[in-house]
Design a protein around this ligand. Structure first.
Ligand code: 5AD
Length: 433
């Protein structure tokens, strides 16, 4: 199983390698010392993560080539915006859509107009436009990252989160460093994943030293793009983890509304979180961030500001989730958000950042177990995660209830994901930038 396709290095310009994929070239940052033109490599998140023997690469490319072009055709067909311009009474709506289609940036008023849409015909036009822009700028490649939730201990008390420390009903677990390394090794070297997210509650049993040891060992054993999601640590800790080989962080700011942030968090501060995100960016990390959709009292203005903040943080991967109320939290009786609200946020995000990787999060999949993934992918998203947490722990990582994929075997989940991607003409690859 392969979640990225090998490319051939055609040029080296300092630390930048130009890689060819079936006639299309992409740039990626090279961290190998003796890389040469002609070598075959895997790239993830704009970085070369693995070298591969040319014989093996050629045989993978041979089997994939026909499929690759077939998939591109299917995607082109699905994402075409055909037919005459719809007759719309709402001039402002259609003007915003037309601007987006021409690649022009939208004003805040236009963003709000789109976010306030409830009409089904307009929603359809918005989603189709976002999908067409995704296709125009990023073609049919779709990142499929693995995620391992290695501890559900957390020192925080976020009002929405099921693993908050005050939830005394939850059985807690933590995986040992060796267990995590073995699992990443299996995911990369046996299942073919090229990017892995390691996530936990804020659990300081994992000291900086332990995390560094783990990252170094993983990098020694696996050609992988490693993304950490371990919460608020010192900048020094993030600096050391980068040096050890971590290259991405998944760290949401949760909401751009400071007042709301203050109400939902007792232990965390908004300003600190944003400063940390900016510092992570300066250290060189690929930033994956985002927010929650459906928080009590959240308005369309808030959502617009959430989108703009994500963009201003230079997020390369956008990750926002619908709030799924957890019975053991202060937000237990919150109203479940409508899936169209989440898809609107997704589509408008794509209109605002045509090049970003936008995730279909597990929470969106949970909101609509049958169709959430597909709908997300057709509304501008181009990225997915597969949960690799061992079954015995997965249920205990209950940030929200009824998490999609909880009862599924990893292999079954991979199979279903690939089948869905193929049906939409998407290739499970990450071709860099
Ligand atoms: N519903 C959806 N997402 C949630 N998270 C925490 N609780 C919930 C919930 N009830 C998300 C937060 C956090 C991530 C790890 O999980 O956005 O950053």
């Amino acid at each position: 199983m392969c979640y990225a396709i090998p490319g051939r290095v055609v040029e080296l310009k300092g630390k930048i390698a130009i890689i060819d994929y079936f006639g299309e070239s992409r740039k990626a940052f090279n961290e190998f010392e003796d890389l040469q033109v002609g070598d075959y490599v895997y790239a993830q998140g704009g970085i070369l993560v693995q070298r591969i023997e040319s014989n093996e690469a050629l045989s993978i490319l041979e089997t994939f080539k026909e499929m690759f072009f077939k998939l591109q055709k299917v995607d082109s067909r699905i994402s075409r915006i055909g037919g005459p311009e719809p007759k719309m009474v709402d001039e402002k709506f259609i003007k915003a859509i037309k601007k987006a289609r021409q690649g022009l940036s939208l004003t805040q008023e236009e963003m709000l107009r789109l976010l306030r849409t409830t009409d089904s015909q307009q929603l359809n036009i918005l989603f189709k436009t976002a999908n067409a822009l995704r296709h125009r700028h990023l073609k049919n490649s779709c990142c499929v990252h693995g995620i391992i939730e290695f501890s559900n201990y957390c020192k925080n008390d976020c009002y929405y989160c099921g693993i908050r420390k005050d939830n005394e009903k939850l059985k807690r677990y933590k995986m040992s460093i060796e267990e995590i390394i073995e699992l990443v090794d299996y995911a990369v070297n046996r299942l073919g994943f090229k990017a892995i997210v390691l996530q936990s509650g804020e659990d300081f049993w994992y000291t900086t030293e332990k995390l560094i040891k783990m990252i170094k060992e993983i990098k020694a054993r696996c050609g992988v793009f490693l993304i950490l999601s371990v919460g608020e640590r010192s900048i020094k800790c993030y600096e050391q983890m980068y040096k050890a080989g971590a290259r991405g962080v998944l760290f949401r700011f949760e909401t751009s509304n400071k007042k709301m942030y203050g109400k939902l968090h007792t232990t965390l501060k908004f300003e600190h979180r944003i400063k940390l995100l900016e510092a992570m960016g300066k250290l060189g990390y690929l930033i994956a961030t985002g927010f929650l959709v459906g928080l009590p009292g959240q308005t369309e203005e808030d959502l617009m500001n959430d989108i703009l903040l994500t963009k201003s943080l230079k997020a390369e991967m956008w990750s926002f989730a619908p709030l799924i109320p957890h019975p053991e939290t202060p937000l237990s009786s919150s109203k479940m958000v409508n899936i169209n609200t989440v898809l609107k946020v997704l589509a408008v995000s794509r209109l605002i950042d045509s090049k970003a990787k936008i995730l279909v999060t597990t929470a969106l999949e949970t909101l609509d177990k049958e169709d959430g993934r597909r709908l997300g992918l057709l509304s501008g998203a181009n990225s997915l995660m597969i949960n690799l947490t061992p079954a015995k722990y997965r249920k205990l990582y209950s940030i929200y209830p009824g998490k999609s994929g909880d009862g599924k075997e990893i292999e079954e989940n991979i199979k279903e994901t690939i089948a869905l991607l193929y049906s939409l003409g998407r290739a499970p690859t990450d071709l860099g930038v």
